[in-house]
Design a protein around this ligand. Structure first.
Ligand SMILES: NC(=O)c1ccc[n+]([C@@H]2O[C@H](COP(=O)([O-])OP(=O)(O)OC[C@H]3O[C@@H](n4cnc5c(N)ncnc54)[C@H](OP(=O)(O)O)[C@@H]3O)[C@@H](O)[C@H]2O)c1
Length: 328
């Protein structure tokens, strides 16, 4: 049973204090025709995304992060993003507005990319829309959205995953696990953990997702897919993009700090929603700690909008601008 969470008007009260008109005008030109979600429109304002698949042949990637005033993504004693959000006693929503924004991005997503460190650190979450009103919007557009987005996990060591995590054992959650090919020789870790799956090997010549049982599994609503990619330079992003194209994944909400930085390195992350909450955390939980950019290649950001919750929570939407971007 998927969990739900009600977000009342006071839980998501935010004021838009800045909008970059030129940026929105430019986004307008490339936006995908999509119905407005009344709740998002009422509480957040204009939100739409470009049709990247048509424009660039790959999904549109949105990232989301909450960071403290000093740029940490969690406390040393408890690294969970929810703990960071709730630690700010000046936030009138008690961190709910930040959680709601994560839900908003999931509402438009075909896939939610999760990090395995996060799975280990946070035992309670799953990558679906908790807000019943946002979920209703999704369900009413069944021609466009599946009820639950793919929960995507990219792991070099699938045998070490926390197999009792709800992402991995909730029947309603479709899981797309991307692993190196050499990990498919012995997949006892799946049977030991009752993880029924279809295995596909994806390479540059694959034109469709051919697996013995793929069609049958889809018809039966069984959606655990394991995609094996070459272990050299894992993961090959060109193959990941191809896989997503074949699965008709048009938009991905990236919730893993590590993969946000990797996708920025790949010049593929399109925009990032950052909540900066007014507490100091100190310590060493800094996003991108091991993924530094060269000073001459630092990706630029265009500020699209800023919302404020209370007097010390800023919710910032930024688009990434890459020099000489090359698409797969
Ligand atoms: N503040 C926020 O908004 C927020 C959001 C989410 C999470 N968090 C917190 O952030 C922490 C986790 O963030 P994180 O960035 O450490 O990890 P993460 O994004 O949760 O997971 C990163 C995963 O990437 C894989 N990886 C690492 N190095 C790799 C490499 N060289 N090549 C290929 N894959 C590699 C590893 O998986 P394998 O070892 O399985 O290959 C690793 O577990 C947790 O404490 C979580 O609670 C905060």
């Amino acid at each position: 049973m998927l969990k739900t969470c009600t977000f009342e008007a006071n839980d998501i009260k935010m004021n838009k204090i800045y909008e970059n008109q030129a940026c929105f005008d430019n986004m307008d030109k490339h936006q995908r025709q999509q119905d407005i979600c009344a709740k998002v429109d009422q509480h957040y304002g204009r939100l739409f995304f470009p049709d990247n698949m048509r424009n660039r042949g790959r999904p549109y990637f949105t990232g989301s992060l909450i960071v403290s005033m000093d740029g940490r993504m969690g406390f040393m004693d408890d690294p969970s993003s929810r703990t960071l959000a709730k630690a700010n006693k000046e936030d009138p929503t008690g961190g709910m507005a930040d959680l709601w924004m994560v839900n908003v991005l999931r509402t438009y997503a075909d896939a939610v990319l999760l990090g395995t460190n996060t799975l280990h650190a946070e035992s309670e979450f799953t990558g679906h829309v908790y807000d019943p009103e946002l979920q209703k919007y999704r369900l009413e557009r069944s021609e466009r959205f599946a009820p639950v987005p793919w929960n995507v996990i990219i792991s070099r060591n699938p045998e070490k995953l926390p197999w009792n995590h709800p992402v991995l054992n909730t029947s309603e959650i479709p899981v797309l696990m991307i692993i190196p090919r050499n990990k498919t020789k012995n997949m006892a870790w799946c049977t030991e953990n009752d993880f029924c799956y279809e295995l596909i090997r994806i390479d540059h010549n694959s034109e469709s997702l051919v697996g013995d049982r793929y069609d049958t599994l889809q018809k039966n609503g069984q959606t655990h897919l394991i995609a094996a990619l070459p272990e050299v330079d894992f993961p090959d992003w060109k193959l990941v993009m191809k896989l997503m194209r074949l699965l008709n994944i048009k938009q991905v909400a990236v919730e893993s700090p590590y993969w946000i930085y990797e996708l920025i390195q790949e010049k593929a992350m399109d925009e990032v929603f950052t909540t900066q909450t007014g507490v100091y955390a100190g310590g060493s939980l800094v996003p991108g700690k091991t993924q530094s950019f060269h000073s001459t290649e630092a990706p630029q950001l265009e500020l699209a909008s800023i919302h404020m919750t209370g007097n010390n929570v800023m919710m910032i939407r930024q688009l990434l601008k890459y020099r000489d971007r090359q698409e797969s």
